[in-house]
Design a protein around this ligand. Structure first.
Ligand code: GFB
Length: 313
């Protein structure tokens, strides 16, 4: 990929897409193509094909996805399976049809079986039943991986698939019904501090374990692998370290400076008990994360404070 290559970042307004655009711009890539939802509806096959034929991208970062936390995934199964299948099929098909040189597809750590051994190796894909709260999203993402591998096998397409762990950072969604745990806790502790509330509600038991990767690290890994990796086999992207949800809540509480209690809401699901990626393949490919969780929580809280007016909440 050259600095003047035509690079399409699908989903540039989202948490991941915006981080990829920031990363590419910082490195001097000068031909970044983005399209807003109003200009091109990525669920519309004709519109996506038209975009590809007009813009003729050389490289594609496929970061457009319908994403959400455990409650949104559990509540809107149609949206999560249908929208993701449509958008990814359109982009992968159009990439082939328009002769894209390389496509990077982003999946998720929730593609792996709920009860698979930890840390999770890439080879555990499709070895067991999925976590029911997010199987709709996971099935769509698995289909995306297989589409890329099928295009590689049948047409020699250069398409790589990366599986990031739980992400967070600037541009995250802070809507309490739709968001992931980390931005939700930042908002809840912040609002509790302002209102002088006695406690903050943490969903579930607090015992599930999650691995969190700062989105700027993910963007860096995407660029690294776009430049150096060309194999259809999937690669996990994470830190290789995890915490309990209770530990995360304590960390956010401290970063925000809230002094009250943390209480459980056991009517909300825990989800999968643990989801820690084995990142030895990634490390072997020459990449390691830089942002430690405690620092990332602090910087994301700072971002939240500075951007409260415009954020999704
Ligand atoms: O981040 P999260 O929504 O997604 O929840 P998953 C992680 C854990 O945090 C669960 C708990 O055990 C939640 O019950 N939790 C505690 C909270 N308090 C809160 C809160 O206020 N809000 C939220 N959202 N959770 C998602 C998948 O699973 O992970 C997606 O549904 C995707 O498909 C994403 O793969 C990365 O880690 O459980």
């Amino acid at each position: 990929m050259e600095k003047h290559s035509r690079i399409f970042v699908a989903g540039h307004n989202g948490l991941v897409g915006s981080a990829i655009v920031r990363r590419l711009e910082a490195d001097g890539y000068s031909n970044i193509i983005v399209r807003g939802r109003k200009e091109t509806d990525l669920e519309n096959q004709g519109a996506v094909l038209k975009l590809f034929l007009e813009e003729k991208p050389d490289y594609v970062f496929m970061a457009a996805a319908r994403v959400g936390g455990i409650l949104a995934n559990n509540s809107y199964p149609v949206d999560f399976i249908r929208s993701n299948l449509m958008v990814q099929n359109n982009i992968i098909d159009a990439s082939h049809y328009a002769g894209v040189r390389k496509l990077l597809f982003l999946g998720s750590s929730c593609i792996y079986p709920k009860m698979c051994p930890q840390p999770i190796k890439e080879e555990y894909l499709l070895t067991g039943a999925l976590e029911p709260t997010n199987e709709w999203y996971a099935i769509a993402k698995i289909a995306g991986i297989k589409m890329c591998q099928a295009y590689h096998r049948q047409h020699g397409m250069n398409a790589i698939s990366l599986m990031p762990t739980n992400l967070y950072g600037p541009g995250d969604n802070f809507d309490l019904n739709a968001s992931h745990v980390l931005p939700a806790l930042i908002r809840k502790f912040h609002e509790a501090k302002l209102s002088g509330a006695k406690d903050v509600v943490m969903w579930g038991t607090g015992t599930p374990m999650r691995e969190f990767l700062h989105v700027d690290d993910l963007a860096d890994a995407c660029l690294h692998l776009m430049l150096t990796y060309s194999d259809p086999e999937i690669v996990n992207i994470g830190t290789g370290e995890d915490v309990t949800i209770r530990q995360l809540a304590e960390m956010v509480k401290e970063a925000v400076g809230f002094e009250g209690e943390i209480v459980q809401d056991l009517t909300k699901p825990d989800g999968t008990p643990r989801k820690l990626l084995d990142v030895s393949k990634l490390h072997g490919l020459g990449w390691k994360h830089r942002v430690e969780l405690a620092d990332g929580v602090k910087s994301t809280y700072k971002w939240f404070l500075e951007n409260m007016e415009g954020i999704r909440k």
